[in-house]
Design a binder for this molecule. Structure first.
Ligand code: PEP
Ligand code: MN
Length: 351
């Protein structure tokens, strides 16, 4: 059940709802959106019905929901959300959501200042408005490059300063959420950690927008429940990212579930983007899958670019460079307007 507070509801009125719910042994999670506050209830529906929450001061509506996720569902918020990235860091803030198509691009891993800066300039020239780059890398093999850690975060901040691009970077350990959020504009939770509930709760409480990748074994419903963990900590600034799932097919690293985009959009108000790089694992498939993402109505794509993919310490075979990046840019310029959107440009500073 979700209690929707009226826009004028006072903190005392919100607190009174929480107290009344907890008196029945139920749980109440307050989520403060930009326009209104909602309280998600977990517990016995019949007990909640007996509370007459609808009659309480400041309550606009009470909605019974039967899905295992509430705050992220279209039932409590039918209009699609916009997530704003980069408001506090001095970068050019970016809006991800309806009406725009956002290119997030950058190196898989931050390797050096020069490499990250070059990748960021390539990304920006192609129309990217958000820079990606991993400082903490969740690698399948413990022998593989694990990222530069804190040094990588400093590099990302420096590159943001030079390019104006807000930065999304992955956090793989709940203990690092404070550190990573002191540098990043957006926190990425990777496929391997989609069901790490302690991490989801920690990023939910950090007050930064979250990019939540789909786990390679996760159903859409499990993915939305993971988003709900973040939302329950009071953070609805979540962008979902479809990055492929494991199937019997071996010609691609994972199978891009392109249908997941419209499926999610029917269930959730959150923006959803596609990662053609990590799903395919092959450079030559990034452009065709990007076209599919635009056509299917995704809110953006996340693409690996690298100034010298041959020497990349991480995921070189999927990174775009040179002419491939230019072709992606020209394809986007042609196709995005045909779907009634425009290539995301930074929103006016101060937004
Ligand atoms: C990444 O984006 O760098 C990454 C590790 O992706 P995923 O979690 O989707 O494998
Ligand atoms: Mn990668």
């Amino acid at each position: 059940m979700v209690v929707v507070m009226s826009p004028e509801a006072s903190n005392e009125q919100i607190e009174a709802v929480v107290v009344r719910v907890r008196m029945t042994g139920g749980e109440a999670f307050v989520s403060r959106g930009r326009h209104r506050t909602i309280v998600g209830l977990v517990g016995d529906l019949d007990d909640f019905r007996a509370l007459n929450l609808r009659g309480m001061p400041g309550v606009a509506d009470v909605i019974a929901i039967s899905t295992p996720y509430k705050l992220v569902s279209v039932d409590h918020q039918p209009e699609r959300s916009t997530v704003v990235v980069g408001v506090e860091s001095g970068a050019h803030p970016v809006m991800i959501g309806p009406g725009t198509f956002t290119l997030i691009a950058g190196p898989c891993a931050v390797e050096s200042l020069e490499q990250t800066l070059e990748a960021a300039e390539m990304a920006k020239a192609a129309g990217a408005t958000v820079l990606r780059g991993g400082a903490f890398k969740p690698r399948t093999s413990p022998q593989a490059f694990q990222g530069l850690g804190k040094t990588g975060l400093h590099i990302l901040a420096e590159v943001r300063e030079v390019t104006g691009l807000p930065v999304v970077t992955e956090v793989i350990d709940a203990a690092d959420v404070g550190l990573v959020s002191s540098f990043a504009d957006m926190l990425q939770v990777g496929a391997r950690n989609m069901q790490n509930t302690a991490l989801l709760q920690a990023v939910g409480a950090a007050g930064k927008p979250v990019l939540l990748k789909r786990g390679i074994q996760a159903t859409v419903e499990e993915w939305l429940m993971a988003a709900e963990y973040v939302a329950q900590r009071g953070n609805l600034d979540i962008v979902l990212c479809e990055r492929g799932i494991r199937t019997f097919e071996t010609s691609t690293q994972t199978t891009l579930d392109i249908a997941a985009v419209p499926v999610v959009q029917r269930q959730s108000h959150l923006p959803v983007i596609v990662d053609p790089s990590h799903s395919a694992g092959r450079r030559e498939l990034v452009l065709p899958l990007s076209r599919a993402a635009i056509a299917v109505g995704a809110d953006g794509i996340l693409v690996d670019v690298h100034p010298d993919p041959e020497s990349a310490l991480c995921d070189g075979p999927q990174a775009l460079a040179g002419a491939d990046v230019r072709e992606l840019a020209s394809t986007m310029r042609k196709l995005i307007p045909a779907t009634g959107r425009h290539l995301g440009s930074p929103s006016p500073v101060g937004m």
